[in-house]
Design a protein around this ligand. Structure first.
Ligand code: HEM
Length: 502
């Protein structure tokens, strides 16, 4: 597996770095490590932990100093102590001292904006209250229905081909399709908006135009819903007692859309890769102990979709992980090293068994309010794909997979798969296939494993019942039966063999 290192925003660094392999590569003034030049961030984090403990001094682009918080407890302490740490970059010393130039590659992430992610205190309560208030109106049965329909549409686009790239054609589309539906603009979902979101996040030269394209759609939606309220997220955001202005509504729709898009696309791609390749996942499934939601949780521990979040800032002189932090210092909240802190995970190969105390969704007052939506998209997205393509398997060697890595996330570049071509299905149907119906009915997303009487042989593990929140199809499928999977070794076949204990 190759993890390519790129600068965080895809833009060029201000100074040419020494070439990889040179001893000076990745090291800056004060012998501090430049995070953005790391060839393997995971390895560097462990080196820093050994050298400095749970909070380490590092450098960002232009040798701007930063602390990276490596410990699980220390990350949680930081995000849960608003009296000492906040997300308001206007107090950051390097910014006040002019070290961070206007064209600094991290500027888009650092520049303070009047949005909930940067706000503090009463203003944070007001803005975040409107977002969580609007989210609380989302009906989760309806959400799962939208996700199922979107998966059907997406799979219909490539199921007859027998091949697909599950990053480009699936993981990057599903969250956008679902979020456009939730926000109340299903007609805006198309290849162009997915391309615009990708482009913005890569920070290419056209990122500004792509941002403008997305903002235009969101502002049109805001104006439309102000005039004609509907039963959707945007209308509830507008009507919330916090009385957001149109500008605030548009900016928060953007925060929600982009946060949801990037993180969920990463999570979905990661879980799909694990399903297709990881023997650990398969071995656990064979014991009947790991449901898809548990596999999603394991992925949130092992590969948090945001490996780091920029940033938190010290409101006063303080201490964290044995380091003296000065008022105005910046700190990276870092789920990736926090989740592998040896004090919480002495054995990294151990199954976390659905344990949700990872840092993938942050914590404290800024904790991700969309966690359940992200989880639902990943869970249903994985399950529905396997229902439609039971014989799907990786179409390259595992070590040919590549990641685009930045300080903030590791994004799988492509996940090529092959399968026997299948006919399209009616999008109103819950995903299904006709080849192994009896066995499939024993495996459901979203339900905790419970003991159930089963006619299966003693070697077959106990299976969870269908989830209450997942609508069950009432009619028999009208779509033509999928052909019997051509490959005996697809993940679906393997699941069945593991469950049966052979
Ligand atoms: C797997 C999917 C997701 C992951 C891993 C994720 C992760 C995160 C993280 C790490 C933060 C920052 C927390 C902090 O600063 O301490 C965050 C904030 C946020 N996320 Fe998510 N997120 C996901 C999906 C979503 C979805 C689906 C939505 C919306 C529907 C969403 C909306 C937000 C918002 C609005 C914030 C800012 C909250 C605030 O500052 O008060 N996220 N998310």
């Amino acid at each position: 597996m190759t993890r390519e290192s790129h600068s965080t925003t895809g833009t060029h660094d201000a100074f040419p770095a020494p070439p990889p392999g040179c001893p000076a590569h990745g090291i800056g003034p004060g012998a501090l490590h430049r995070l953005h030049e790391a060839e393997d961030l995971g390895e560097l984090y462990e080196q820093l932990r050994e050298q400095h403990g749970q909070v380490a001094p590092v450098l960002l682009h232009d040798d701007v100093p930063m602390w990276v918080v490596l410990g699980h407890t220390e990350n949680l302490h930081m995000v849960r102590t608003p009296s000492q740490f906040c997300r308001d970059s206007r107090i950051w010393n390097p910014l006040l001292e002019g070290m961070v130039k206007p064209d600094h590659p991290l500027m888009p992430l650092i520049t303070w904006q009047p949005i909930c992610s940067h706000a503090e205190g009463d203003e944070h309560l007001r803005l975040r209250g409107a977002v969580t208030g609007a989210m609380s109106t989302i009906d989760h049965r309806g959400l799962r229905r939208h996700i199922n329909r979107s998966t059907q549409r997406l799979v219909n686009r490539f199921c007859e081909e027998g091949r697909a790239d599950l990053v480009d054609q699936y993981a990057e589309h599903l969250p956008m399709a679902v979020m456009c539906e939730i926000l109340g603009m299903p007609d805006e979902y198309n290849d162009r908006i997915v391309e615009a979101a990708r482009d913005m996040l890569k920070g290419t030269e056209t990122a500004i135009a792509s941002n403008a394209y997305i903002m235009d759609a969101l502002m049109r939606l805001t104006v439309k819903r102000r005039a004609q309220p509907q039963e959707d997220f945007t209308t509830h955001l507008i009507n919330h007692p916090a009385r957001l202005t149109d500008e605030e509504v548009g900016q928060h729709l953007r925060v929600v859309l982009i946060a949801a898009y990037e993180a969920t696309a990463n999570l979905l791609a990661n879980v799909l890769r694990v399903v297709l390749t990881d023997p650990r996942f398969r071995a656990q499934l064979s014991g009947g102990q790991m449901t898809v939601p548990e596999a999603v949780e394991q992925s949130l521990w092992d590969e948090p979709p945001f490996s780091a979040v920029l940033g938190y800032f010290a409101k006063q002189d303080t201490e964290l992980g044995g380091q003296r932090i000065r008022k105005g210092d910046g700190l990276l909240f870092a789920p990736a090293p926090g989740n592998v802190d040896p004090r919480v995970r002495p054995d990294l190969s151990a199954n976390m068994m659905g344990n949700r105390s990872h840092l993938a969704f942050g914590g404290g007052s800024h904790e991700c309010p969309g966690a359940d939506i992200g989880r639902a998209i990943a869970e249903v997205g994985v399950d529905a794909l396997l229902m439609r393509l039971p014989d799907v398997e990786l179409d390259c060697a595992e070590d040919e997979l590549e990641w685009r890595q930045s300080m903030m996330s590791a994004h799988l570049v492509a996940l090529p798969v092959r399968f026997a071509p299948k006919p399209p299905q009616d999008v109103l149907q819950k995903p299904g296939h006709a080849s192994v119906p009896a066995q499939r009915a024993t495996w459901q997303v979203g339900a905790p494993p419970t003991a159930q009487p089963s006619p299966a042989p003693a070697t077959q593990p106990t299976v969870p019942p269908p989830p209450a929140a997942t609508p069950t199809p009432t009619a028999a499928p009208t779509a033509p039966a999928a052909p019997e999977p051509a490959r005996a070794n697809g993940p679906w076949r393997r699941f069945l063999r593991w469950w049966r204990g052979n």
